[in-house]
Design a protein around this ligand. Structure first.
Ligand code: PGA
Length: 250
Protein backbone atom coordinates (compact mmCIF):
# COMPACT_ATOMS: atom_id res chain seq x y z
CA UNK A 1 0.00 0.00 0.00
CA UNK A 2 1.36 3.39 -0.97
CA UNK A 3 1.73 5.62 2.07
CA UNK A 4 0.61 9.18 1.58
CA UNK A 5 1.35 12.32 3.51
CA UNK A 6 -0.44 15.63 4.00
CA UNK A 7 1.43 18.47 5.67
CA UNK A 8 -0.37 21.39 7.31
CA UNK A 9 1.73 24.51 6.87
CA UNK A 10 0.11 27.02 9.19
CA UNK A 11 2.53 29.81 8.20
CA UNK A 12 2.24 32.74 10.67
CA UNK A 13 -1.14 31.57 12.04
CA UNK A 14 -3.07 31.43 14.34
CA UNK A 15 -2.60 34.18 16.91
CA UNK A 16 -2.78 32.29 20.20
CA UNK A 17 -1.77 28.87 21.57
CA UNK A 18 -5.41 28.27 22.49
CA UNK A 19 -6.46 28.59 18.85
CA UNK A 20 -3.60 26.32 17.80
CA UNK A 21 -4.84 23.69 20.24
CA UNK A 22 -8.41 23.87 18.92
CA UNK A 23 -7.41 23.53 15.25
CA UNK A 24 -5.00 20.70 15.96
CA UNK A 25 -7.61 18.80 17.97
CA UNK A 26 -9.93 19.03 14.97
CA UNK A 27 -7.17 17.69 12.73
CA UNK A 28 -6.45 14.79 15.09
CA UNK A 29 -10.15 13.90 15.07
CA UNK A 30 -10.33 14.14 11.29
CA UNK A 31 -7.29 11.86 11.00
CA UNK A 32 -8.69 9.06 13.14
CA UNK A 33 -10.13 7.05 10.27
CA UNK A 34 -7.26 7.51 7.82
CA UNK A 35 -5.90 4.23 6.52
CA UNK A 36 -2.84 5.17 4.49
CA UNK A 37 -2.22 8.84 5.14
CA UNK A 38 0.19 10.39 7.60
CA UNK A 39 -0.48 13.97 8.71
CA UNK A 40 2.08 16.55 9.78
CA UNK A 41 1.19 19.82 11.51
CA UNK A 42 3.81 22.57 11.13
CA UNK A 43 2.76 25.39 13.47
CA UNK A 44 4.73 28.56 14.19
CA UNK A 45 7.62 27.93 16.64
CA UNK A 46 5.87 29.29 19.78
CA UNK A 47 3.02 26.79 19.37
CA UNK A 48 5.08 23.65 18.84
CA UNK A 49 4.19 22.43 22.32
CA UNK A 50 0.55 23.50 22.08
CA UNK A 51 -0.66 21.34 19.22
CA UNK A 52 -2.37 17.99 19.75
CA UNK A 53 -0.73 15.01 18.05
CA UNK A 54 -1.61 11.34 17.65
CA UNK A 55 -0.37 8.08 16.12
CA UNK A 56 -1.28 9.56 12.73
CA UNK A 57 -0.50 13.22 13.31
CA UNK A 58 3.15 14.24 13.66
CA UNK A 59 4.89 17.49 14.47
CA UNK A 60 6.84 19.56 11.97
CA UNK A 61 8.41 23.00 11.86
CA UNK A 62 8.42 25.64 9.14
CA UNK A 63 12.17 26.17 9.20
CA UNK A 64 15.18 25.33 11.37
CA UNK A 65 18.75 26.41 11.86
CA UNK A 66 21.50 23.82 11.90
CA UNK A 67 23.07 22.82 15.20
CA UNK A 68 21.93 22.26 18.77
CA UNK A 69 22.77 25.41 20.72
CA UNK A 70 25.01 28.38 19.99
CA UNK A 71 25.39 32.10 19.39
CA UNK A 72 22.65 32.57 16.74
CA UNK A 73 20.31 35.31 17.88
CA UNK A 74 16.74 34.73 16.77
CA UNK A 75 17.26 31.25 15.37
CA UNK A 76 15.65 27.95 16.43
CA UNK A 77 17.86 24.90 16.01
CA UNK A 78 17.14 21.44 14.70
CA UNK A 79 18.27 20.06 18.08
CA UNK A 80 15.67 22.16 19.87
CA UNK A 81 12.93 21.02 17.52
CA UNK A 82 13.93 17.41 18.06
CA UNK A 83 13.73 17.89 21.81
CA UNK A 84 10.10 18.99 21.31
CA UNK A 85 9.38 15.79 19.35
CA UNK A 86 9.24 17.41 15.93
CA UNK A 87 10.13 14.90 13.24
CA UNK A 88 9.64 16.90 10.01
CA UNK A 89 11.19 20.20 8.93
CA UNK A 90 9.88 22.31 6.02
CA UNK A 91 12.86 23.95 4.30
CA UNK A 92 13.19 26.46 1.50
CA UNK A 93 9.55 27.51 1.41
CA UNK A 94 9.04 30.21 -1.21
CA UNK A 95 7.96 32.70 1.45
CA UNK A 96 11.29 32.20 3.20
CA UNK A 97 13.21 32.32 -0.09
CA UNK A 98 11.47 35.64 -0.82
CA UNK A 99 13.00 36.96 2.42
CA UNK A 100 16.48 35.99 1.29
CA UNK A 101 16.88 32.29 2.15
CA UNK A 102 19.45 30.99 -0.32
CA UNK A 103 19.83 27.54 -1.86
CA UNK A 104 23.15 27.26 -0.01
CA UNK A 105 21.39 27.78 3.33
CA UNK A 106 18.66 25.34 2.38
CA UNK A 107 21.17 22.62 1.54
CA UNK A 108 23.03 23.11 4.85
CA UNK A 109 19.74 22.86 6.71
CA UNK A 110 18.73 19.72 4.80
CA UNK A 111 21.99 17.99 5.63
CA UNK A 112 21.69 18.94 9.31
CA UNK A 113 18.07 17.75 9.43
CA UNK A 114 19.04 14.38 7.95
CA UNK A 115 21.91 14.09 10.42
CA UNK A 116 19.45 14.59 13.27
CA UNK A 117 17.35 11.70 11.93
CA UNK A 118 14.47 13.99 10.99
CA UNK A 119 12.68 14.30 7.64
CA UNK A 120 13.35 17.40 5.54
CA UNK A 121 10.52 18.66 3.32
CA UNK A 122 12.26 20.59 0.57
CA UNK A 123 10.09 23.19 -1.17
CA UNK A 124 10.80 24.06 -4.77
CA UNK A 125 8.86 25.81 -7.51
CA UNK A 126 8.99 28.49 -10.15
CA UNK A 127 7.70 32.01 -9.55
CA UNK A 128 6.03 32.27 -12.95
CA UNK A 129 5.61 30.34 -16.20
CA UNK A 130 6.87 31.40 -19.60
CA UNK A 131 6.46 30.07 -23.13
CA UNK A 132 10.16 29.28 -23.54
CA UNK A 133 10.28 26.74 -20.71
CA UNK A 134 12.75 28.80 -18.66
CA UNK A 135 10.83 27.76 -15.57
CA UNK A 136 12.05 24.20 -16.13
CA UNK A 137 15.69 25.18 -15.86
CA UNK A 138 14.81 27.37 -12.87
CA UNK A 139 13.28 24.39 -11.06
CA UNK A 140 16.15 22.10 -12.07
CA UNK A 141 18.73 24.58 -10.76
CA UNK A 142 16.81 24.99 -7.53
CA UNK A 143 16.71 21.21 -7.00
CA UNK A 144 20.42 20.82 -7.78
CA UNK A 145 21.53 23.68 -5.53
CA UNK A 146 19.20 22.85 -2.62
CA UNK A 147 20.34 19.21 -2.61
CA UNK A 148 24.05 20.00 -2.85
CA UNK A 149 25.97 17.58 -0.65
CA UNK A 150 23.08 15.11 -0.23
CA UNK A 151 24.14 11.51 -0.94
CA UNK A 152 22.37 8.78 -2.93
CA UNK A 153 21.58 7.00 0.31
CA UNK A 154 20.09 10.09 1.95
CA UNK A 155 17.94 11.31 -0.91
CA UNK A 156 15.34 8.60 -0.27
CA UNK A 157 14.64 10.14 3.14
CA UNK A 158 13.67 13.53 1.72
CA UNK A 159 10.20 14.73 0.80
CA UNK A 160 10.06 17.23 -2.03
CA UNK A 161 7.13 19.63 -2.16
CA UNK A 162 6.67 21.12 -5.59
CA UNK A 163 4.91 24.44 -5.03
CA UNK A 164 4.61 26.76 -8.02
CA UNK A 165 4.65 30.19 -6.40
CA UNK A 166 1.98 31.51 -8.78
CA UNK A 167 -0.48 28.95 -7.42
CA UNK A 168 0.02 29.64 -3.71
CA UNK A 169 -2.62 31.33 -1.56
CA UNK A 170 -5.44 31.31 -4.10
CA UNK A 171 -8.47 29.04 -4.56
CA UNK A 172 -8.80 25.55 -5.99
CA UNK A 173 -9.63 27.07 -9.39
CA UNK A 174 -6.24 28.77 -9.53
CA UNK A 175 -4.22 25.74 -8.47
CA UNK A 176 -2.18 23.89 -11.02
CA UNK A 177 -4.25 21.40 -12.99
CA UNK A 178 -3.50 17.75 -12.51
CA UNK A 179 -2.19 17.10 -16.04
CA UNK A 180 0.38 19.90 -15.73
CA UNK A 181 1.29 18.58 -12.29
CA UNK A 182 1.84 15.14 -13.78
CA UNK A 183 4.23 16.62 -16.35
CA UNK A 184 6.08 18.48 -13.63
CA UNK A 185 6.37 15.41 -11.42
CA UNK A 186 8.00 13.58 -14.35
CA UNK A 187 10.41 16.48 -14.81
CA UNK A 188 11.36 16.58 -11.11
CA UNK A 189 11.78 12.82 -11.08
CA UNK A 190 13.99 12.93 -14.18
CA UNK A 191 16.17 15.59 -12.57
CA UNK A 192 16.55 13.39 -9.49
CA UNK A 193 17.39 10.35 -11.63
CA UNK A 194 20.15 12.35 -13.34
CA UNK A 195 21.52 13.40 -9.97
CA UNK A 196 21.15 10.26 -7.86
CA UNK A 197 20.39 7.34 -10.19
CA UNK A 198 17.06 5.64 -10.82
CA UNK A 199 16.97 3.39 -7.78
CA UNK A 200 17.47 6.16 -5.24
CA UNK A 201 15.41 8.77 -7.10
CA UNK A 202 12.30 6.63 -7.25
CA UNK A 203 12.14 6.50 -3.46
CA UNK A 204 11.70 10.27 -3.17
CA UNK A 205 8.15 11.24 -2.27
CA UNK A 206 6.94 14.20 -4.30
CA UNK A 207 4.16 16.33 -2.87
CA UNK A 208 2.24 19.23 -4.36
CA UNK A 209 1.41 22.54 -2.70
CA UNK A 210 -0.45 25.62 -3.91
CA UNK A 211 -4.17 26.20 -3.26
CA UNK A 212 -5.03 22.63 -2.43
CA UNK A 213 -8.61 22.50 -1.17
CA UNK A 214 -11.33 19.89 -0.82
CA UNK A 215 -12.52 20.70 -4.35
CA UNK A 216 -9.29 19.80 -6.18
CA UNK A 217 -7.50 17.38 -3.85
CA UNK A 218 -9.05 14.25 -5.33
CA UNK A 219 -8.14 15.11 -8.94
CA UNK A 220 -4.61 16.19 -8.01
CA UNK A 221 -3.85 13.02 -6.07
CA UNK A 222 -5.45 10.70 -8.61
CA UNK A 223 -3.95 12.24 -11.73
CA UNK A 224 -1.05 14.41 -10.61
CA UNK A 225 1.41 11.60 -9.81
CA UNK A 226 2.11 12.89 -6.29
CA UNK A 227 2.15 11.26 -2.84
CA UNK A 228 0.41 14.03 -0.99
CA UNK A 229 0.12 17.72 -0.30
CA UNK A 230 1.58 20.69 1.49
CA UNK A 231 -1.49 22.66 2.49
CA UNK A 232 -1.49 26.30 3.60
CA UNK A 233 -4.73 28.20 4.19
CA UNK A 234 -7.05 25.18 4.04
CA UNK A 235 -5.11 23.57 6.92
CA UNK A 236 -6.26 26.25 9.37
CA UNK A 237 -9.85 25.07 9.16
CA UNK A 238 -10.04 21.49 10.38
CA UNK A 239 -13.29 20.81 8.47
CA UNK A 240 -11.78 21.97 5.16
CA UNK A 241 -8.59 20.11 5.94
CA UNK A 242 -10.61 16.96 6.68
CA UNK A 243 -11.99 17.08 3.11
CA UNK A 244 -8.43 17.08 1.75
CA UNK A 245 -7.46 14.20 4.02
CA UNK A 246 -10.42 12.11 2.91
CA UNK A 247 -9.67 12.75 -0.76
CA UNK A 248 -6.01 11.83 -0.28
CA UNK A 249 -6.72 8.66 1.65
CA UNK A 250 -9.07 7.12 -0.95
P1 PGA B 1 -1.78 27.54 0.16
O1 PGA B 1 -0.26 27.51 0.68
O2 PGA B 1 -2.34 26.16 0.36
O3 PGA B 1 -2.44 28.57 1.01
O4 PGA B 1 -1.72 27.91 -1.29
C1 PGA B 1 0.59 26.44 0.37
C2 PGA B 1 1.98 26.73 0.86
O5 PGA B 1 2.45 27.88 0.70
O6 PGA B 1 2.65 25.85 1.40
Amino acid sequence: MIKKIVIANWKMNPLTPGEAKVISKGIVKASDKLKRTTVVIAPPFPFLSSVSLSKKVFLGSQDAFWGGVGAQTGEVSIGMLKSLKASYVILGHSERRALGESDAFVSKKIIATLKAGMTPILCIGEKARDHHGDYLSFVENQIRASLEGVSRKEISKIIIAYEPVWAIGKTADDAMDSSKLHEMSIFVHKTLVNMFGRESAQKVKLNYGGSVEGANAHDLIQNGNVYGFLVGHASLDSKKFAEILRATDK
